[in-house]
Structures are given as C-alpha cells and as structure tokens.
Design a protein. Structure first.
Length: 98
C-alpha cells in the first residue's frame, strides 16, 4: 500500500493550517493552535514518508518529542503573557514595552 494519499492529505492539512494562521491572528491561542496543527500535519507527512525509507521508529520518537516540547513552550508563553497583560490579544503585544 502506498503512503502517497496520506502524504497528500497531510499536505492539504498543512496548507489549511497555514490559511487558518493567516486568517485568525487576533488571539495568541488561535495562533498556537494553528501552529500545532501545522506541526502535526508535518509529523504525519514525515512519518508516512519515513515508513518507505525504514527510519520509522527513531524518527517518530524524535518528531513527537519535538512536537510535545513545542506545545509545552507555547502554552508556557501563553500563560506568562496572560499573567503579564491580562489577555491574549496579539494587538496588545508590543516589543517596545518592558
């Protein structure tokens, strides 16, 4: 069985995550969810392609570890921004404030 339909579906999902990222940029949480969807679709695509090359176990473990670290770092940033500013509106973030 070929992995190409799975790769095509994950590419479509990645593009949809990028469209959601470009359209929903009001809240930091929606940006983080769009980035997580893009990461998961890339994980699925690379895992489907790696099954054909026989790097399946090691590559899957590395990619899911990096995805979990990215998600926990994003949530930590979200919590610290909400504590500092009181909301998660992207428009209220400024690099000029200290």
């Amino acid at each position: 069985m070929s992995a190409y339909p799975l790769v095509l579906f994950s590419m479509l999902g990645f593009l949809m995550a990028l469209v959601a990222l470009s359209l929903q940029y009001k809240h930091l949480l929606s940006i983080l969810l769009s980035l997580e969807a893009a990461t998961m679709n890339l994980f699925i695509m690379l895992f489907a392609l790696a099954n054909n090359i026989s790097f399946n176990g090691e590559m899957a473990l590395i990619l899911i570890t990096l995805g979990a670290c990215e998600a926990s770092l994003g949530l930590a940033i979200l919590v610290s921004m909400i504590r500092a500013q009181g909301n998660d509106y992207v428009s209220s973030f400024s690099s000029q404030k200290c």
